[in-house]
Design a protein around this ligand. Structure first.
Ligand SMILES: [Cu+2]
Length: 335
């Protein structure tokens, strides 16, 4: 009787565990979001331009904890350590201020969440690397995140700096002027040495509305494993190197995790702002472009008709055919 009770209790514990695991359900990776913003009201509208500064400007970064892809927020469990490495290599430690930001919890309910902010003056041309260390006991993680603030035309100095994080990403690609579809690569380091065979997570941030919509679509299209679309995964090679194509415009998180046999995981994350394709496809220019092609087409037709030759030359026909293709393509692009 006693034994049966014990077995029932164990079974209950196992079932509860399974239930909790399934209830937590779809979850992508947690990331420490370093979003520069002029005011708290606009933190979630972060764009690549927010990582650009003017000389003398006071830059404020907001630091949030959550799932960027799904726009899910969590309270930060401890105050992050925030520093900035200036282009000349000097390091300034920044004081942080706790605040609460609006967001959505894991169950999809709106709420407020503990976050932090820190400010510094951009007093040198070049790249200032903001680096944050955040300790989360619940996730068994020490998270070391870097974001580059760029200042000055052609002052491309400092973006690849090694700031001395326990696990650190050294970028191979300059993180500004990067467009959608560009490849990002880097080297994962642990204790100053290449971190081989480490999992590298890659994830883009979404605003709340877009996040909800895209998660719903992924759940419909890939019901067997929606998070495979939220958090992309690759590995570092023997030299700690990795590459991944960042295929959409937005703010990307690329993080390599050192998983020790015991103790807390230590991850190094690099934030990569990705621009829309350049040059842009200009919708407004299309009608004018179409008019221009039509005029040229008419002129060619008249020229051919009034030609002294009985039949138009091959080159004229080819030109007309070419222009028709252009008209078709322009029209198609407009649809
Ligand atoms: Cu997570």
């Amino acid at each position: 009787m006693e034994r049966r009770k014990k077995m029932a209790r164990i079974l209950a514990i196992v079932l509860t565990g399974l239930f909790i695991a399934s209830a937590v359900g779809i979850a992508s990776a947690h990331f420490t979001m370093i979003f520069p913003s002029d005011s708290q009201a606009t933190i979630w509208d972060v764009a690549p331009e927010d990582y650009i500064a003017e000389l003398g400007e006071t830059k404020t970064v907001y630091i949030m904890w959550g799932h960027p892809y799904e726009h899910i927020s969590f309270d930060m469990a401890s105050a992050p350590e925030v520093s900035v490495m200036k282009p000349d290599g000097t390091i300034e430690q920044l004081s942080t201020e706790q605040l609460t930001v609006d967001g959505m919890d894991e169950e999809g309910n709106p709420g407020t969440f503990v976050a932090y902010k820190a400010s510094f003056i951009v007093d040198q041309r070049g790249d200032s690397v903001v680096f944050v260390e955040y300790n989360d006991e619940g996730e068994n993680l020490i998270d070391c995140t870097k974001a580059v603030i760029h200042c000055g035309e052609e002052d491309w100095v400092g973006w690849d700096a090694e700031v001395g994080q326990k696990t650190e990403i050294l970028p191979y690609m300059r993180p500004y002027g990067m467009e959608e579809g560009f490849v990002f690569g880097g080297q994962a380091m642990y204790d100053g040495k290449p971190l081989a065979g480490a999992p590298v997570e890659v994830e883009i941030y979404h605003t709340l509305d877009l996040g909800k919509e895209i998660v719903e679509t992924a759940e419909k299209m890939f019901p067997y494993d929606p998070p495979m679309m939220f958090t992309r995964l690759t590995k570092s090679n023997e030299d700690g190197e990795f590459v991944y194509t960042l295929d959409e415009p937005g703010i990307w998180f690329v993080g390599a995790t050192m998983e020790p046999a015991s103790g807390r995981n230590i991850r190094g994350v690099f934030i990569v702002p990705i621009l829309e394709a350049f040059p842009p496809v200009e919708e407004a220019a299309a009608p004018a472009e179409l008019e221009g092609v039509k005029t040229r087409l008419k002129a060619l037709e008249e020229e051919t008709a009034t030609s002294t030759q009985a039949t138009p030359g091959f080159s004229a026909l080819a030109a007309i055919a070419g222009l028709f293709i252009v008209v078709y393509l322009v029209k198609r692009r407009k649809d």
